[in-house]
Design a protein around this ligand. Structure first.
Ligand code: KPL
Length: 311
């Protein structure tokens, strides 16, 4: 299968690397020139789960028109860039191209469907954690499931074959017939972990060490669940807080994507994670004070990069 990975940050590079190792033709597409040059010059170096190795035979481009058409476009750009990146990726869309988002946050499906016909788009979630160590270098810092599904819940041959492709690359992979519930289930995990790690600087696993962090995680996740319940979303798990904490522990060595963004001085996905819970809560009249505080703290942090804690 020819796979174009749109967004070659930590997670895009991880999936691209694992799929290339399994024999798929992979091209990474990213505007980050240093990453493109490093991968083309020396391949992708992966450490952590699966051991240290260098994946060669993987191509990278910064302009989608150099990639050719793909069987699968796997979208891993930040949620804030989804629509623009997909417009830029249109030269890779051929007559039979499928677009799969495994991104965090709410709204990616809608943004993709604004650019390509909805019947081209499938969605899913990933439980893996990865850290970007530098151009061409990542750490596979936590292992989890990859779950994919059709937007209409149909168990199609297309999603079965995507799950088989991920399984063939050594990942545990499944098909979901409730992909919106699945995205919300992953959202509850990110609501519980990402902002908390971003404001404390802790790796995911350390959240379990502090009753204070646990209390905040529980409250943020409970608020997200109240919103989901009122919207009629069927979550895929019975105990969302325990699930979020178990993902934090399984990806314990990882810095969450939001903490990595903060450390690199980038804009975060706060608006589509905790911020989305606040926004949806407001529409439904459901109070979400803990998510509002977490959102505001991260928003302040990302507007004050470079300012010291000086008096
Ligand atoms: O999705 C993640 C993220 O960092 O965005 C988790 C699962 C929390 C892994 O770090």
């Amino acid at each position: 299968m020819k796979v174009a990975v749109l967004g070659a940050g930590a997670m895009g590079s991880l999936y691209g690397g694992l799929l290339a190792e399994a024999g798929n033709e992979v091209v990474l597409v990213d505007v980050w020139r240093d990453q493109v040059d490093a991968v083309n010059a020396s391949g992708l170096s992966i450490e952590g789960a699966g051991g240290e190795r260098r994946v060669r035979g993987i191509r990278a481009v910064s302009d989608a028109s150099e990639a050719g058409t793909a069987d699968l476009i796997l979208v891993f750009v930040k949620a804030t860039a989804t629509e623009g990146a997909m417009r830029g990726a249109l030269p890779m869309v051929g007559g039979a191209t499928t677009v799969l988002t495994l991104q965090n946050g709410l709204g990616n499906v809608e943004k993709l469907c604004a650019v390509v016909p909805a019947d081209r788009v499938v969605a899913g979630t990933t439980g893996h954690g990865a850290t970007l160590l530098g151009p061409g270098r990542i750490r596979h810092a936590g292992v989890g499931d990859t779950i994919v599904g059709e937007l209409d819940g149909n168990r199609s041959a297309r999603v079965e074959s995507l799950a088989a492709m991920f399984a063939g690359a050594g990942m545990t992979a499944q098909v979901s017939t409730n992909v919106i519930g699945l995205i919300w289930t992953k959202l509850t995990v990110n609501v519980g972990i990402n902002a908390l790690t971003a404001v404390t600087g802790l790796k995911n696993g350390r959240l379990a060490s502090f009753p204070e962090a646990e209390a905040l995680m529980r409250a943020a996740v409970d608020e997200a669940c109240s919103v989901a319940r009122r919207k009629g979303i069927q979550l895929e798990i019975d105990s969302p807080f325990e699930h979020a904490m178990s993902v934090a522990v399984k990806t314990g060595a990882n810095r969450s994507s939001m903490l990595q963004d903060i450390l690199a001085g980038r804009q975060t996905e706060i608006a589509v994670i905790n911020g989305a819970i606040v926004e949806e809560g407001e529409k439904l009249g459901i109070p979400t004070p803990v998510n509002a505080v977490l959102t505001n703290l991260v928003l302040i942090r990302q507007q004050t990069y470079g300012e010291a804690f000086a008096v």
